[in-house]
Design a protein around this ligand. Structure first.
Ligand SMILES: [Zn+2]
Length: 214
């Protein structure tokens, strides 16, 4: 039995739980007046739209240069990957590892986990609801630190190149990368983790109903 089935609706702003009579159309939080929804409206569609845009922008984020560095003698454009290779070959393998994890692995993992969650909810999967909720919690938690990703790339590469550095400018890849970070954060916000639990509750109430009738 879920709270929603009993007519209780949680406020997403102040987390107060309001009881709403069945059939009420305009449900508002009794404490802060925010509009209440049984589940976030259009959660799956919106999450999908944001995720697909995120996937599309993940390509230019990795293919286009994230920074241009110039000295008196040369100019150089770095993509995230060439920055990692540069750090690796210049002996800073630990920095290369940090940039790889923050800028390539984590954004890809966030997209993959959110995609998995949306598909599982769409297929009304009853597999490991607690595990999936924990996965969502991790993605949401990492989201708060997402802006570190972009700083890590630019600052670390700039630091290593500092000896011969005259100018730095941000490349288009960094813009695409920032957009991917924002899109995954918003996608995580649009996803409603309560949807993970709905198929279990429905399965239980169906079983109870059939018992009741027999
Ligand atoms: Zn409220």
């Amino acid at each position: 039995m879920t709270a929603a089935q009993l007519g209780f609706y949680g406020c997403l702003i102040c987390h107060y739980v309001t009881e709403c009579a069945p059939g009420t159309t305009d449900m508002r939080c009794r404490r802060c007046g925010a509009l209440l929804h049984r589940r976030k409206p259009n959660s799956i569609g919106r999450t999908w739209a944001l995720l697909l845009t995120g996937y599309l922008l993940y390509i230019p984020a990795n293919v286009l240069p994230v920074m241009h560095t110039g000295s008196l003698f040369s100019t150089q454009s770095d993509t995230i990957m060439s920055g990692i290779v540069y750090l690796w070959t210049s002996g800073s393998w630990y920095l290369a590892a940090v940039v790889f994890i923050a800028s390539i692995f984590v954004p890809a993992a966030k997209l993959a986990v959110l995609t998995f969650l949306v598909i599982s909810v769409q297929r009304r999967s009853t597999w490991g609801p607690l595990d999936r909720t924990k996965m969502y919690r991790v993605v949401e938690f990492i989201g708060r630190w997402s802006m570190l990703d972009i700083f890590v790339v630019t600052i670390l590469v700039a630091l290593v190149r500092l000896q011969s550095l005259a100018t730095i400018s941000v490349g288009l890849g960094a813009v695409a990368f920032g957009a991917v970070v924002v899109l995954t954060m918003v996608a995580a916000g649009q996803f409603d983790p309560r949807l993970i639990w709905d198929p279990q509750a429905d399965a239980h109430s169906f079983r109870d109903n059939t018992h009741g009738h027999s």
